[in-house]
Design a protein around this ligand. Structure first.
Ligand SMILES: [Zn+2]
Length: 244
């Protein structure tokens, strides 16, 4: 009995299980003798059953892979966020620094009452003996005092609120190689007066201590940020005692 390849294909599994009839078995074996392709098919089926060639490839561990990818993504996201944060911070500091430099080089000069020295308009030179005659105004929150040439160059510079000269509000110690200091945290609302102790014969230059320098301004920006967080900038050069 001759059978077609299609029929042989149908019989192959049963043949392998040895569960087809004797007639079918005979017919198939006869077909296999002459048909190369069905023989090859039978061989393939045999090998896959006996496992000589591992048909089952190990399934890729998808959960582990997914975990890996997720971890990777998380790290990447954290890194991106961190970079963005750092870049924004650096950008903000640069922006504030440049803004401050511009304000420093061309400050707005407001009119003040006659008799008051407007330090925003320029610096003021006087002697240690005569400095208490002047009333100062600043809209820059600071007054810098520089001491030049004096036989007795050690001394103390006191800052007063012009409305209350009974007690000073800040003090600078000059001497031991230190020839200038800056009163900070001042307000344009108030007028200020300065008195000296010691420093006889010295010439004093009073200014707002403005500087257009990049690093000075960046330092000041950091200082402002530090003060915002309630920490005093540790400035070993200036000893300030605040009262009131
Ligand atoms: Zn065949």
């Amino acid at each position: 009995m001759k059978i077609s390849c299609e029929m042989a294909s149908d019989l192959l599994p049963l043949y392998l299980e040895d569960s087809c009839s004797q007639d079918s078995k005979a017919a198939l074996e006869e077909h296999l003798k002459t048909c190369v392709s069905c023989r090859a098919k039978l061989d393939r089926m045999r090998t896959s059953l006996t496992g000589e060639l591992p048909l089952e490839r190990p399934e890729p561990d998808l959960t582990a892979y997914a975990k890996k990818v997720r971890g990777h993504r998380l790290r990447l996201t954290a890194l991106t966020l961190l970079s963005v944060l750092i870049l924004s911070l650096v950008g903000a500091i640069l922006f504030l620094t440049v803004q401050r430099m511009m304000r420093q080089s061309s400050p707005t000069v407001y009119n003040v009452e006659p008799g008051t020295v407007n330090l925003t308009a320029g610096s003021f030179r006087t002697t240690a003996e005569e400095i208490d005659q002047a009333v100062f105004y600043t809209n820059f929150q600071q007054i810098k005092v520089e001491v030049q040439g004096s036989g007795d160059d050690a001394g103390t510079v006191y800052l007063y609120n012009a409305e209350n000269t009974d007690s000073f509000i800040q003090v600078l110690h000059i001497g031991l190689g230190k020839s200038d200091g800056t009163f900070t945290g001042l307000s344009s609302q108030w007028r200020y007066m300065i008195r000296c102790e010691g420093l006889d014969g010295a010439v004093l230059t009073v200014s707002e201590g403005r500087t257009a320098g990049f690093f000075e301004n960046m330092r000041a920006v950091f200082q402002e940020i530090a003060e915002m967080f309630g920490r005093e900038w540790d400035d070993a050069q200036v000893i300030l005692i605040k009262r009131n």
